[in-house]
Design a protein around this ligand. Sequence first.
Ligand SMILES: Cc1cc2nc3c(=O)[nH]c(=O)nc-3n(C[C@H](O)[C@H](O)[C@H](O)COP(=O)(O)O)c2cc1C
Length: 176
Amino acid sequence: MEFINLAQKRYSVRSYSDQPVDDAKLMEVLNAARFAPTACNYQPFFLIVIRDLAIRRQCATVYNRPWFLNAPVMIVACCDHSQSWHRSDGKDYGEIDVAIVMDHITLAAADVGLGTCWIGNFDVFEARKVLKIPAEISVVALTPLGYPSGQPLVTSKSRKPLEQLVFWDHYGNINK
Ligand SMILES: Cc1cc2nc3c(=O)[nH]c(=O)nc-3n(C[C@H](O)[C@H](O)[C@H](O)COP(=O)(O)O)c2cc1C
């Protein structure tokens, strides 16, 4: 699929069927995550893939929306800051790396007909407790992974026009 079509096809899926995700598709999505670029190629991330129904149900306290639990797979993206690149001014690039990984996951999933929804508004304390994540590891984002049921909201693809997003040659110049 052409990249621009894939980018437009992906949307935040908030309604999933309980159809199982074939292992080959899951592995394709995870492999796409592996190829994400990371600062200095340090790859300071790891993914927790949850398929176990009992653990997914426990995740209701992590993000309490009914659709969140319907998907047969959940992916939790974490950062190990002891492995991430720190710029000379101290800025830690770890969570930026994980964001790129998440983007690969969401796009790769859309490419194989699967839905995702990036979840940032989760309860981090519950996530640590349920998934046994130690304090030194940050939990950056979660997503369900499964087949969409229903259609996206029309409004979900509204985007600012390029004119509001791009300056030319220097900050503030909108004249191409
Ligand atoms: C960093 C980040 C955090 C997000 N957190 C949530 C969230 O907690 N819950 C949710 O339903 N959607 C969440 N989203 C999805 C956004 O609402 C969604 O991407 C945006 O509205 C654009 O819609 P689209 O993904 O369908 O194109 C998040 C997206 C990003 C990139």
